[in-house]
Design a protein around this ligand. Structure first.
Ligand code: A3P
Length: 363
């Protein structure tokens, strides 16, 4: 059976960062001829070869698709596996690339907004641009694209070589599956970590809001059990966190490890840390002008949530932007988890992360 391939042109992204990148040329592998299988709750058509590979992987009930598969040691949907394989095969890192990494629901959208604004502050002044800053008209996911949900999704292989430096991307892929793709000296990774209690509650809300109707809702009890067994997209969460944590200790010039709770408590010092790590520290003059404060305000939960683009559009296929902004608080888990559930998760965190030096504030 021969597969055919087509060159596909996509419209220029809404992202001002990408306007310089003419039109992206994508190579799309079409499904094999014959009778491709369709997975319930997923839109894509899988090739027989890929289906065979998938069937060799351990699987569990999925949260928003029928199954999650254990791929390269982490749990993932079939569609994401295809995109990650394509990314691993085709992506070439450049010096100065910036990769934002998170496990879902750890504040990815926030980190994208902050990093984009810090890196582009000379082009788009966060102090004076009250109406024309890109963040006011674009969701952060349009400004910093995911490898696996955008750039390499659906078999696409984009030409990213013309993007302005520093190219800024995002991923949920664990460090072990990312490291070979970012070997170029000078590539920087920023990891944002959130306490597992709030990450679980945020994931549970989000997934039940966006899941396909073909998949039954995940109850809090069932979701909690899956989460504690490590079965969550890109999990187990402890391995995801530890992978980046250990790398940040080993190569602090390459991996910056931030915490959601620290950002909530003291945004300005964390913004300074971020800017210095990215090689664009704030000058004294900028600090006096209020640049740091303006970035913090522009990217705040309250500001982003109220923007029209974040109320009504979809920046990632099938995901409505409005679901990305729920409460944005620390310790909301207290309103959901029973004392025995909290004890179970607490014991798990102690067991898996104890001794690593990675700790959280979550109540
Ligand atoms: P909650 O569900 O607890 O409210 P991600 O961006 O990785 O999908 O994470 C989503 C979580 O980050 C949600 O948490 C969301 O409300 C919160 N969030 C989004 N934007 C934020 C911001 N600017 N500041 C703080 N939290 C934000």
């Amino acid at each position: 059976m021969a597969s055919s391939s087509i060159i596909k042109t996509i419209p220029i992204m809404a992202n001002p960062n990408f306007n310089v990148c003419h039109k992206l040329e994508l190579l799309k592998e079409e499904g094999r001829s014959g009778d491709p299988k369709h997975q319930e709750g997923e839109e894509e058509v899988l090739s027989y070869e890929f289906q065979e590979m998938l069937e060799s992987l351990p699987k569990e009930r999925g949260w928003r698709t029928r199954y999650l598969y254990l791929f390269q040691g982490f749990w993932c949907q079939s569609k994401e596996i295809q995109a990650i394989m394509s990314f691993q095969k085709h992506f070439k890192s450049f010096q100065n690339d910036v990769v934002l990494a998170t496990i879902p629901k750890s504040g990815t959208t926030w980190l994208k907004a902050l990093t984009y604004t810090v890196l582009n502050r000379h082009r788009f002044d966060p102090v004076s641009s009250t109406t024309d800053h890109p963040l006011l008209a674009s969701n952060p996911h349009d400004l910093v694209p995911f490898f696996e949900y955008k750039l390499y999704a659906n078999g696409d292989v984009p030409d990213l070589s013309g993007l302005a430096s520093p190219r800024t991307f995002a991923t949920h892929v664990p460090f072990g599956s990312l490291k070979d793709s970012i070997e170029e000296p000078g590539v920087k990774v920023v990891y944002l970590c959130r306490n597992p209690f709030d990450t679980f509650i945020s994931s549970w809300h989000y997934i039940n809001n966006i899941k396909s109707e073909a998949v039954s809702p995940v109850s809090l009890e069932e979701g909690f059990d899956l989460y504690c067994r490590g079965v969550i997209g890109f999990g187990p969460f402890w391995e995801h966190m530890l992978g980046y944590w250990k790398e940040s200790l080993r190569t602090p010039e390459k991996v910056l490890f931030l915490r959601y709770e620290d950002l909530k408590q003291d945004m300005e010092s964390n913004l300074k840390k971020l800017a210095s790590f990215l090689g664009v520290p704030f000058t004294e003059e900028e600090e006096q002008k209020g640049v740091v404060h303006s970035i913090s305000d522009l990217c705040s939960f309250e500001n982003l949530k109220k923007l029209e683009v974040n109320k009504s559009s979809k920046s990632i296929k099938n995901f409505e932007n409005r679901h990305l902004f729920r409460k944005g608080e620390v310790s909301d888990w207290i309103n959901y988890l029973s004392p025995p559930q909290a004890e179970r998760l607490s014991a798990l965190v102690d067991d898996k992360l104890g001794g690593s030096g990675l700790t959280f504030r979550y109540n």
